[in-house]
Design a protein around this ligand. Structure first.
Ligand SMILES: Cc1ncc(COP(=O)(O)O)c(C=O)c1O
Length: 421
């Protein structure tokens, strides 16, 4: 029951303890988690990096989970993208959504390729198939599709398009470890997929990433490129390379985090179901659509706020939730074609991406979140919406003017004293 006004209008607190938007799945304690022995093992071995025991173990685990031939660990998702994109012929075009994390597009630019921005389907937040078909050309060497917030895009349809036009298909699956298509984990789709293991992801290494592929030749090139481009057998640099190495310490955290993948996914699904049940009747709030035969990992719980129907825009809602003690995140704002870094594309109009970037809000989502806390988020959000009119009015009132800072007068000023004589 809604009993009182939102905090921004002087109401009482619903949220007992501030709720974080994300929280990594990491061990609480080195001793009870069993990590102590593993850390000792690493320290005794003297091997902190260079694709040693735990990195290899992690790669085998990913091969099993993804059902893929090669899983190459890298320092982070961004480096994974940069290494992957460097395999394409220079000066060609790569189709990419503008509604994405900066690294997706930077990797294209850094590989001396041209991004060709493609609009999204607003319901799924993912690349639009019609737009891909419209914009693909003889200059296109690859499609770089993104599984936004972990939600799988039209994987099979994109594979068909890539085959028809004979272009590479890469997936930026940075947020999608644990997402599925027809019951199968993502990781073996297209020519390659990259995943991030940063702290906001479902499986974390602290910092880390994986490139997954079934293509033996591509795997060889990636393997060499992540190690400075150096080939140990030929004792030569075969490519301009990168330092893409994941440290053993990070690999161990990822192995630990991976043990709990299913429990973590179940916890996230429960929170998501709670949000769906309790927020479905809020006017002007849409959930991310999940395609048939797909499962998302709910890496983030993304909603879209229609300012007219909801009564407030996403920024105002974020401010009000913050006052309630609920942290939320807004992603991909501005979309990449509107950023200063890509000013030559600022004139483009990608309507769906631009609208969604204004409307996106990600509610708290992590495996430590309790159903009680999710309930508090829903209650806080519902009462904010109920009082949206009054909040808007309050926000449009002129703020109290800040006092103007005037430096204190100096005790002795020759100029002043002369003037006043
Ligand atoms: C879609 C997408 N691509 C790439 C990245 C970059 O991954 P990392 O932070 O591991 O470099 C992220 C990070 O959140 C992401 O969301």
């Amino acid at each position: 029951m809604l009993t009182n006004k939102p905090i921004v209008l002087g109401g009482d607190r619903i949220v007992s303890e501030s709720i974080k938007s994300c929280y990594p799945l990491i061990p609480d304690d080195v001793l009870s988690s069993g990590l102590q022995d593993v850390l000792n093992d690493i320290l005794k071995s003297g091997m902190l990096s260079n694709f040693a025991k735990y990195t290899r173990k992690l790669e085998s685990r990913f091969c099993e989970i993804f059902g893929v031939k090669h899983a190459l660990t890298v320092a982070n998702g961004t480096t994974g993208l940069e290494i992957l994109l460097s395999t394409l012929p220079r000066d060609t075009e790569v189709l990419v959504p503008s509604y994405t994390f900066p690294s997706t597009v930077h990797a294209i630019a850094l590989a001396h390729l041209r991004p060709k921005f493609v609009d999204i389907d607003r319901a799924t937040c993912n690349i639009s198939l019609q737009e891909v078909k419209l914009k693909i050309s003889k200059n296109t060497s690859a499609i770089l599709a993104v599984n936004a917030f972990g939600n799988p895009c039209h994987l099979k349809e994109l594979e068909e398009i890539a085959q028809t036009y004979k272009v590479r298909l890469f997936f930026d699956s940075a947020a999608a470890i644990g997402s599925k298509y027809r019951g199968r984990f993502l990781g073996s789709f297209g020519d390659a997929e990259i995943f991030s293991l940063s702290g906001t992801k479902v499986v974390t290494a602290g910092e880390g990433g994986v490139i997954a592929t079934n293509d033996d030749d591509l795997a060889k090139e990636l393997d060499c490129k992540r190690n400075y481009g150096y080939n140990k057998v030929e004792k030569d640099c075969l490519f301009v390379g990168f330092n893409g190495k994941l440290s053993e310490l990070n690999a161990v955290i990822a192995l630990w985090s991976l043990r709990d993948l299913e429990r973590n996914l179940t916890a996230r699904r429960e929170i998501a179901a709670h949000y769906h049940d309790h927020l479905k009747n809020i006017p002007g709030m849409q959930f991310q659509q999940i395609l048939d035969e797909c499962e998302t990992n709910f890496c983030s719980f993304a909603v879209s706020i229609d300012p007219t129907a909801f009564g407030l825009d996403a920024v105002a809602l974020q401010d009000c939730l913050k006052a309630e003690g609920v942290e939320t995140l807004r992603y991909f704002c501005p979309p990449m074609h509107k950023t200063r870094a890509y000013k030559e594309f600022n004139h483009l109009r990608l309507e769906e991406s631009e609208i969604l970037s204004q409307r996106n809000l990600c509610l708290p989502m992590h495996s430590h979140l309790t159903l009680e806390q999710a309930g508090q988020v829903c209650q806080a959000l519902a009462r904010i919406q109920q009082y949206a009119g009054e909040i808007n009015q309050r926000r449009s009132e002129p703020r109290l003017k800040k006092p103007v800072y005037r430096p204190a007068r100096k005790a002795f000023s020759p100029a002043l004293s002369l003037q006043s004589v």
